[in-house]
Design a protein around this ligand. Structure first.
Ligand code: LLP
Length: 421
């Protein structure tokens, strides 16, 4: 777990400042136990069986992280993959083809051929994709994604249901999907939706579940081969002070009850699938960085660090809040001042303490150059969205397991950035 002991930040049993000294910064550090505890919370709190938790690998595709998730999840675990790369890495992590679903958008025939060659179920995002899939693999099993016309999420960019969304087949077009499936002898074994990401209000998730279930009920006659319903991911985690985590016991019970009731009226015990990404990995990760430069302007005291939005783009992309602490002075006591923590990318938007509209100063202990900071709740959509912008190498990733630490991805060097090797 990531915790504060005696005013210092610990990842597992290891002081964050020690990790920074040993491996250098910027550095992504993940705690193994934190990942495991999230997987087991899902498995234990959702009583319905058969249950399939298909981790949305896009949140964090590190091979070692995937292996931990597989190991902890046992029978119930699988992978939601959005690209041939994610299919391949899931198989390399030891997931079996039937534990992987390929849910992508704007898919090419070659990508579908790749999934077919790996024996992975394809989840079609449009009528056109379903038609092309039917031609490529007649008589096979298929799933398709419905846009339930309900959306939710922490920012407009991540709401995937409703009229503004490019995703899924409209509920009114489900009949057309059946016609295509029957033309190619496809067996529709799954129906899928994903309404958005970062949902802390579980009511919205449950409402969307009901909407999808009523679409299925209405179209029951075409769904004789149905084996599972996939309600997507989106389960949020708290980032800001004051945000409350989901009451998982209550949520898990509500999800199970809803699906159990549906299956009895549907007349078949279907598998319940969800695709959490962030929920499993976000809180396990911290991005450690070192303060290089402190600069006072008439408006802000800028604290410049050796990372930026090329390594963690969420504040820049969505105005997302990430907690920031000084790793060796992160208690509540002591003198504080308001600062803007900014990165080393040559763009003014490269500020970690910001919202959608611009800089929001943050009250932090007095910081000096050379201090190590940790940007927290960075295990999801951190490294996986990183880039080499400004021709800068990506950070190393380390995994902490109790008091053990191992490098799970080497720091890139300049040769890698320049020559791609
Ligand atoms: N299933 C599907 C089909 C998805 O598209 C996604 C996320 C998930 C599951 C997992 O969602 P999660 O449980 O992690 O919320 N980069 C953004 C998030 C984009 C999510 C895209 N799709 C962020 O940093 O907030």
């Amino acid at each position: 777990m990531i915790s504060v002991k005696n005013n210092r930040l610990f990842i597992g049993e290891v002081a964050a400042s020690g990790l920074a000294r040993r491996f250098g910064t910027p550095l992504y550090a993940y705690d193994e136990e934190a990942i495991r505890s999230k997987v087991s919370a899902l498995v234990q709190n959702i009583a319905y069986r058969p249950l399939r938790i298909f981790y949305a690998a896009k949140a964090n595709t590190n091979l070692s992280v995937l292996k931990i998730i597989r190991d902890e999840g046992g029978q119930s675990i699988g992978i939601d993959a959005v690209s041939p790369g994610e299919i391949e890495i899931a198989l390399k992590a030891g997931f079996k083809p039937e534990q992987v679903i390929f849910t992508s958008t704007s898919v090419t025939d070659d990508e579908m051929k790749f999934a077919i060659s790996r024996k992975v179920l394809v989840n079609c995002d449009s009528l056109s994709q379903l038609e092309r899939y039917g031609r490529l693999s007649p008589g096979s099993k298929v799933c398709f994604r419905v846009n339930p016309d309900v959306g939710a999420g922490h920012h407009g960019h991540v709401i995937t249901g409703g009229p503004e969304s490019k995703f899924g087949i409209l509920a009114g077009d489900v009949g057309k999907a059946f016609a295509i499936a029957s033309k190619y002898g496809l067996k529709i074994v799954g129906i899928h939706q994903h309404i958005g990401s970062g949902i802390l209000e579980t009511g919205k998730f449950l409402t969307a579940m009901k909407v999808l279930l009523s679409i299925i009920e209405k179209n029951k006659s075409g769904l004789g081969d149905l084996e599972f319903v996939d309600f997507g991911g989106g389960i949020g985690v708290p980032y800001r002070p004051g945000q409350k985590p989901i009451n998982f016991a209550k949520f898990g019970a509500a999800v199970s009850k809803l699906f159990e009731t549906f299956c009895s009226s549907f007349g078949k015990k279907l598998s319940l699938t969800i695709e959490p990404g962030r929920f499993i990995v976000a809180e396990s990760g911290a991005l450690l960085c070192t303060v290089n430069t402190i600069k006072q302007t008439p408006k802000h005291k800028f604290v410049g660090v050796d990372t930026g939005f090329h390594h963690l783009i969420r504040p820049m992309a969505y105005g997302s809040y990430h907690p920031i602490v000084v790793v060796d002075n992160c208690g509540n006591g002591g003198k504080k001042e308001k600062v803007a923590v900014c990165g080393n990318v040559c763009e003014s938007g490269d500020v970690f303490t910001r919202d959608e509209h611009g800089i929001v100063d943050r009250s932090l202990p007095i910081i000096k150059e050379g201090d190590v900071l940790a940007i927290l709740v960075a295990g999801a959509y951190g490294f996986s969205m990183s880039s080499n912008y400004n021709t800068r190498p990506r950070p190393a990733e380390v995994l902490v397991s109790g008091s053990d630490v191992r490098v799970i991805r080497k720091r890139e060097d300049l040769a890698h950035v320049i020559y791609g090797m």
